[in-house]
Design a protein around this ligand. Structure first.
Ligand code: F6P
Length: 521
């Protein structure tokens, strides 16, 4: 039997709701683009939604749909620590980690982390850091390090997420074990990859004759007892809480590595930017509430227009890791097909998220975006001001971003293409067909004044809240991830078979059985 949500109104499947029918009709009749600039502001970011479906009727239908979904109550519950994750009966209170006046436990852990960094810096310890963690215990740190640590840092950081032994070799090679801090980040402290890699790092310290290897290991976890049983000294365990989802744990002491590698100010700045976005999400009216408006466009694109994916194109080298970060945030949250009460959602939900930073993307998949049969909505992200001394480069970057966006929106008709061919002295009418762009691709342009911790924090919180609102409209729980469990269970069984400890061949399909046998040999 489907579970009934504890603290959320039961979400009826959308197809039965008159507000949904009204929303779909308004979306289909809306202008493809806003006829006047539709640019909103939130926490210092400018978000231009002119490239999305737009009409006063659609705006009104969106508001009615949100009312039907009890948006006000759901938002309040999220931001005040209500049980919004009904299948795990938990809050998803990551906003509490960045509250300007945090609760005592949160403030205490933050201060412990800052003190750890102060001492390490003053003693000039830990020239090397190995950050071990995966998914939400990894991507946020990689993202902030690439964003703010791309210039020289006296600390050398290696990330170790994957179970692949090559990744382990890469993480350890050339590091001096006597001046290495191993940071093990894991909410559950049970994740196979993380614990195995942590064990190997410990053995590496031991093999190098480090006097007290556990003194060189730090844990960041919501299971301090488990970390302590593993051997990490109490004073080196930084805690977060059950009510912080793994993919939201960047706001906790998981960012210790960022603080060590770049500075505690970076972490503090990101927290402030995210808090500013929380406040905007909480207070801004629906029509100017950026996460809400982005979510409504997301639902139109996915469930009304049928786009199966969302492209993220950050025109900033430093935001290369934004794509996998948003991928996990969005796809682990919205990759669901049943409502909070276990019924089929009845419409298409979370899109596949993909992308690449900078103009590299243009030379990789933009052909598909412009002229492929499917196309995808694009989130363009760019900084108005750069932090380098190459104005010509920045102008080129900005020009490329605007040009790709305009081409995707405006398209090019056959007549235009033909005239272009003829003006270039090419009379071949057939070639004109190859130069046609259908146009009409939805997009959002997000402009950061410049990339700093505040703007990055605001940007990440913007996506968090957008995803929350989309989930609310679809009636799904964005805070669980049951889908990833099944494969983990199967992997444990196959592992035993590969080790020759059991034979479960009758349970497998013919191909899996074949490859277990082949790999065993
Ligand atoms: O991939 C599933 C998942 O549970 C993610 O949600 C999480 O970020 C990741 O594994 C790592 O989990 P943990 O932090 O508990 O090691």
């Amino acid at each position: 039997m489907p579970t009934s949500p504890k603290n959320l109104p039961s979400a009826a499947p959308l197809p039965g709701l008159p507000e949904w029918t009204g929303f779909c009709e308004a979306a289909l009749q809306a202008d493809q683009y806003a006829l006047e600039l539709h640019c909103l502001k939130a926490a210092g970011l400018q978000v231009d939604l002119s490239g999305q479906r737009h009409s006063p009727e659609l705006q009104k239908a969106g508001e009615q749909l949100l009312v039907a979904r009890n948006f006000d109550a759901a938002r309040k519950s999220l931001l005040s620590g209500g049980i919004v994750n009904n299948t795990e009966h938990r809050a998803a209170w990551h906003s509490a980690l960045r509250a300007p006046a945090p609760m005592a436990d949160v403030a205490k852990e933050r201060e412990r982390m800052n003190e750890f960094v102060r001492v390490a810096d003053s003693e000039r310890r830990w020239r090397n850091i190995i950050h071990i963690g995966i998914g939400g215990s990894d991507w946020g740190v990689r993202l902030s390090l690439a964003a703010f640590g791309y210039r020289h840092s006296w600390r050398n950081v290696r990330f170790l997420a994957n179970i692949d032994g090559h990744a382990l070799d890469h993480a350890l090679s050339g590091m001096d074990p006597h001046d290495t801090l191993v940071v093990i980040a894991s909410k559950s402290f049970t994740t196979t990859e993380t614990l195995k890699n942590g064990q190997r790092a410990l053995e590496w310290l031991q093999a190098a004759g480090v006097a007290n290897p556990y003194e060189q290991i730090v844990a960041v976890t919501a299971r301090p007892d488990t970390a302590s049983n593993w051997g990490v000294p109490q004073k080196q365990i930084f805690q977060f809480w059950d009510w912080v989802g793994g993919r939201f744990s960047l706001w906790s002491a998981v960012s210790l590595t960022t603080a060590l590698a770049v500075s505690s100010d970076v972490v503090a700045g990101m927290l402030s930017g995210a808090a500013a976005m929380d406040q905007h999400f909480q207070e801004a009216p629906i029509a100017s509430n950026v996460p809400v408006q982005m979510a409504l466009s997301g639902v139109v694109n996915r469930s009304v227009l049928g786009y199966g994916s969302l492209n993220i194109s950050p025109y900033d080298f430093r935001l290369g890791n934004l794509v996998p970060y948003i991928q996990q945030l969005d796809m682990e949250s919205l990759g669901k097909s049943v409502t909070t009460s276990g019924e089929p959602v009845g419409v298409a939900t979370g899109a596949a998220v993909w992308g690449l930073a900078g103009t590299d993307a243009q030379h990789t998949f933009y052909q598909w975006l412009h002229q492929g049969s499917d196309g995808a909505p694009v989130d363009f992200i760019v900084c108005q001001q750069a932090d380098h001394q190459q104005p010509e480069h920045h102008n080129l970057l900005l020009a490329n971003c605007l040009a790709q966006r305009e081409a995707l929106m405006r398209g090019k008709t056959y007549e235009q293409a033909l005239a272009e061919c003829q003006s270039q002295g090419d009379q071949a009418a057939e070639l004109a067909h190859h130069r046609v762009h259908s146009g009409g691709r939805p997009n959002t342009l997000i402009v950061l004044p410049r990339l700093n911790p505040f703007s990055l924090g605001a940007l990440l919180a913007l996506y968090e809240h957008k995803i929350f609102v989309q989930a609310l409209i679809w009636g799904i729980n964005p805070f669980d991830q049951w889908g990833v469990e099944y494969g983990k269970v199967l992997a444990n069984g196959i592992l035993q078979e590969l080790a020759g400890e059991k034979d479960a061949s009758a349970e497998h399909d013919v191909s899996t059985r074949h490859w277990i046998d082949a790999f065993k040999r």
